[in-house]
Write a protein that binds this ligand. Structure first.
Ligand SMILES: C[S@@+](CC[C@H](N)C(=O)[O-])C[C@H]1O[C@@H](n2cnc3c(N)ncnc32)[C@H](O)[C@@H]1O
Length: 298
């Protein structure tokens, strides 16, 4: 691939997914795109870039985006965000939403589903205290390929050995050939669909809790700021945003502030109980429950 071809590819990825590929990543791009080239029967990577430029093959575009995303994930990844869910967020919102008994959670870059299913398993543990509650977990990702895998809920031996306690494996999974399938009870707690974080996601409505972990790290500063600003606007006024260990809001948006006692947890800067912060250009619409937009999983 020539330098101008690689530059076009970088601009394409940035515009379509937010992925900011640095100039030193040409070798990585070439090795990841080689299987795509073969699959589409193109004679060279130059031909692949030319086909992208022509913009006539949406399937090729999707395959290129999917080949370039990093889908690394595992059950209860990093532990702390899940301890936070069980010990801080769930008790907090069970109290705050005691009247409506409604809770909306969004995993905004869910990959193959281990993150939303980890939350669903924790909710299942709390089921006795959640009688009469209506709890939605929406799990989205840019990549249809990973969302299809997440929906199937089928994991390899290697995947269930990463982070999943044995008791939860035995309780919620059954062996299917050499794989493990998550139970319908846990599967049905999560709605899956594709969604691109750099596009409009206001139709999803407002959420009490958003997990958006280990995806902002792939974006440049301007894209991180824009996405964080829109995530803040998708939170209920007293909602909580959970970011990955290497991610922060500091220096990126004034619409969100870290919760001092809980690493990785962020609140809206104008949340009730926090001193008001002037947020340039940010509008925070009043919280309102959204219709059952998310019931139909795609
Ligand atoms: C490294 S995985 C993180 C998965 C999970 N949140 C975790 O922390 O284990 C990053 C995911 O972000 C998705 N992704 C990348 N760009 C995206 C975008 N613009 N919108 C939505 N998802 C995106 C990728 O497809 C990938 O599955």
């Amino acid at each position: 691939m020539t330098e101008p071809e690689f530059d076009f590819l970088r601009a394409f990825l940035k515009a379509r997914s937010g992925l900011a590929l640095t100039p030193d990543k040409q070798y990585l791009a070439e090795s990841r795109l080689e299987p795509v080239r073969r699959h589409f029967g193109l004679e060279s990577l130059a031909a692949l870039v030319a086909a992208l430029r022509a913009g006539r093959d949406p399937d090729l575009e999707i395959s290129v985006l999917e080949a370039m995303t990093i889908n690394e994930t595992f059950f209860f990844r990093d532990k702390i965000p899940f301890d936070l869910f069980k010990e801080v967020l769930l008790p907090r919102y069970m109290k705050a939403r005691a009247a409506s008994k409604r809770l909306r959670i969004w995993c905004a870059a869910a990959s193959t589903g281990q993150e939303p299913y980890s939350l669903a398993m924790l909710l299942d543990e709390a089921r006795p205290s959640l009688a009469g509650w209506r709890i939605e977990i929406l799990a989205t990702d840019l990549s249809k390929a990973v969302i299809d895998r997440a929906k199937a809920g089928l994991y390899t031996q290697f995947e269930v050995q990463r982070g999943l306690p044995i008791q939860l494996l035995l309780k919620h999974f059954t062996q299917v050939g050499d794989q493990w399938q998550i139970s319908p009870k846990i599967r049905e707690m999560v709605s899956f669909r594709t969604a691109n974080l750099i596009r409009d996601f206001t139709p999803f409505g407002f959420f009490d809790i958003i997990y958006c972990r280990n995806v902002l790290i792939y974006f440049d500063t301007a894209t991180k700021s824009a996405v964080l600003q829109r995530l803040a606007a998708a939170l209920a006024p007293d909602g909580a945003l959970v970011l990955g260990a290497a991610e922060t809001v500091l220096g990126l948006t004034e619409a969100l502030v870290p919760e001092p006692d809980h690493r990785g947890l962020y609140a809206r800067a104008d949340a009730p109980g926090l001193p008001p912060v002037r947020v340039a250009g940010a509008r925070h619409p009043a919280f309102c429950a959204t219709p059952d937009l998310l019931r139909a999983s795609t």
